[in-house]
Design a protein around this ligand. Structure first.
Ligand code: SF4
Length: 330
């Protein structure tokens, strides 16, 4: 077993490095901590999943990479380095250059990102004109080839369609085409299939996977569903109540989950259509709840007395495999 030390797994970054990120929210007269010491990095072309139940902080972490946090959020500590520059200290001008062009975002619900009053062709063309400086016919051809690349049939005709004329799956393909039209270095997909029918979910995930592999775009996939990441992401961070509790390669995580929360998440995956889902007992704490020690202890079947009073630190337990749990404390 490797010598234990604080988790530095995957530290040799080239594209993105989040270091000790701490975010709080101002709610009425209170400052409520929400994200605690989140650190991870991503090389060019790599894929990483941020997984956890809703409210665990994965979307807030992602929005901080775009510097698009809600107005009541305060970054109390940490750095977000993208290509060597700190996003948290960038001017609005530089941020506008990076968003859309270098870092693209795929939201959960495509309707929130599409304007119902314009055709999808016009909307993607606007992005292409802004970020690639193309005009007229050249911009239009780029849009059509982007629509083809996400396997939208009859791309020429669809160019003139309005969002409401397309199915949910087709709208999500349009968003992906828009995100990719500027050939970003990093794609952030926030629950990209949640609003879609089950049959379409797999198609969209396969498409994201294919594009990521072909274009060597780095990918951060945010999901509450551990089941969707296995074939899409190389590495994974499991988050619970604002902290990363386990971090390793996806294959290693599925083969050898260390943290009791990860084990419970994996146990809750259905193995076939007839199995009953084993939900994790209890609820994740709300941001307003003050829980001492390990935040998972009220739900953990391995909890010890020390877990109620001390906070476990994310530590490398095995080579390239980190967990924050006192079970591995010797
Ligand atoms: Fe469970 Fe304790 Fe590990 Fe937390 S530190 S996951 S409560 S065993």
């Amino acid at each position: 077993m490797a010598k234990k030390h604080l988790c530095t797994y995957n530290k040799l970054m080239e594209l993105l490095e989040i270091k000790n990120l701490n975010i709080s929210f101002r709610v009425d007269e209170y400052i409520l901590p929400a994200i605690f010491n989140v650190s991870f990095s991503l090389k060019k072309g790599e894929s990483l999943a941020l997984v956890g139940e809703s409210g665990c902080g994965k979307s807030i972490t992602a929005m901080s990479i775009l510097n698009l946090l809600p107005p009541n959020a305060i970054v109390t500590q940490g750095d977000i380095m993208f290509e060597g520059q700190n996003i948290l200290k960038m001017s609005d001008f530089l941020l506008r250059q990076i968003r859309g062009k270098k870092i693209a975002f795929i939201p959960q619900d495509p309707m929130t990102a599409l304007n119902p009053l314009y055709t999808i062709g016009e909307q993607i063309k606007e992005v292409v004109e802004l970020h690639q400086g193309l005009k007229g016919k050249e911009a239009q051809e780029t849009v059509i080839s982007a629509l083809k690349s996400v396997k939208i049939p009859d791309a020429y005709e669809k160019y003139y369609s309005y969002p409401h004329q397309l199915s949910g799956g087709m709208r999500q393909r349009v968003i992906i085409a828009m995100a990719l039209s500027c050939e970003p270095d990093l794609l952030i997909a926030d629950e990209p299939t949640t609003a879609l029918d089950v049959t379409v979910q797999a198609q969209i995930l396969n498409l994201i996977n294919l594009i990521q592999q072909e274009r060597k775009t780095a990918l951060i996939l945010i999901t509450h569903d551990l089941g969707v990441v296995y074939n899409v992401c190389e590495n994974i961070c499991v988050m619970y109540s604002g902290s990363i509790v386990e971090q390793t390669s996806t294959r290693e995580l599925f083969a050898n989950p260390l943290h009791p929360y990860t084990q419970a998440l994996l146990n809750s995956l259905p193995t076939d259509k007839n199995t009953q889902i084993k939900a994790i007992s209890g609820q994740p704490p709300s941001i307003k709840e003050l829980i001492t020690g390990c935040k998972f202890h009220p739900r953990c079947k391995h909890a010890m007395q020390m877990c109620e009073h001390h906070i476990p630190v994310l530590t490398e337990i095995e080579p390239n495999h980190c967990a924050a749990c006192f079970l591995y404390n010797n």
